[in-house]
Design a protein around this ligand. Structure first.
Ligand code: NAD
Length: 246
């Protein structure tokens, strides 16, 4: 057991839920954050060491209130996993400003707002940020202009966090998942995209939520105490091949 506390956004399902579960198995306490209150409460119920905090990370007031509730409940925060995200697979000319804003609100503003609100707590614990971007933030494709741009910005924001907050002992790293069969991915992966991923990924398969959770919790742990400012693709080798994104 440890007295450490992780705050995980987008924890009601998918990669966030798997990350919350693995933290708990590793002896951490977890603040599970999501805007889908019903799914979040149902997910948190299965763990003794977790509490649910309903919050839309794209709303500044919501985030400030959520972080103060987390601190009132747990007294400290040692790791923040900025994982909440939405997807949109549209090319530039088919993307409206409303589509663009919906993606930026959660994927970029959400990471910024949660980071800003948790820096004072992380300064006290010399804690860690892990931000979840995507291989779509590393490579352009003929789809997903808003999604890819939001994730590229998250990669830069992570490097900025590492550069500015290192003097307080705070580390910041970014994980870029390849395809994982979550609700988010399955809503936008057509049969053609699924087939193309299987063909172009060196490991010839999708990743699992737990494979991502292992990388995320490692980066939050003391085992990664000299790792900061890094962008780690957990993608079955996709990024290393130079093949275009479908
Ligand atoms: P998911 O849809 O299963 O989970 C995302 C969670 O985020 C949901 O519970 C949702 O309610 C929550 N959420 C969305 N907007 C929110 C907001 N504004 N405030 C609070 N909660 C919000 O998706 P996932 O695949 O587990 O995605 C997790 C992260 O991984 C995302 O950032 C996503 O972009 C990234 N990612 C996923 C894949 C993939 O193939 N699944 C690939 C690359 C990157």
């Amino acid at each position: 057991m440890t007295d450490k506390v992780a705050l995980v956004t987008g924890a009601a399902r998918g990669i966030g839920l798997a990350t919350a579960k693995l933290f708990i198995e590793q002896g951490w306490q977890v603040a599970m954050v999501d805007r889908d209150t019903d799914e979040l409460n149902a997910a948190a119920k299965q763990f003794n060491e977790a509490r649910a905090f309903s919050c839309d990370v794209s709303r500044s007031d919501d985030v400030i209130e959520m972080v103060s509730e987390v601190l009132a409940s747990f007294g400290r925060i040692d790791a923040v996993v900025n994982n909440a995200g939405v997807a949109d697979f549209r090319p530039l000319e088919e993307t409206t400003f409303a589509d663009w804003r919906r993606v930026m609100d959660t994927n970029l503003d959400g990471v910024f707002l949660v980071s800003l609100a948790t820096i004072p707590a992380l300064k006290k614990t010399k804690g860690a940020f892990v931000n979840i971007a995507s291989i779509s933030g590393l490579r352009a494709s003929t789809l997903r202009v808003a999604y890819g741009t939001s994730k590229a910005a998250v990669i830069h924001l992570t490097k900025q966090q590492a550069a500015e907050l290192g003097e307080y002992g705070i580390r910041a790293n970014c994980v870029c998942p390849g395809p994982v069969r979550t609700k988010l991915a399955m809503a936008v992966h057509s049969p053609e995209i699924i087939a193309a991923y299987h063909d172009s990924i060196p490991l010839n398969r999708y990743g699992t939520e737990n494979e991502l959770a292992e990388v995320i919790t490692f980066l939050c742990s003391d085992k990664a105490s000299y790792v900061t400012g890094q962008v780690i693709a957990a993608d079955g080798g996709f990024e290393s091949t130079g093949v275009g994104l479908p």
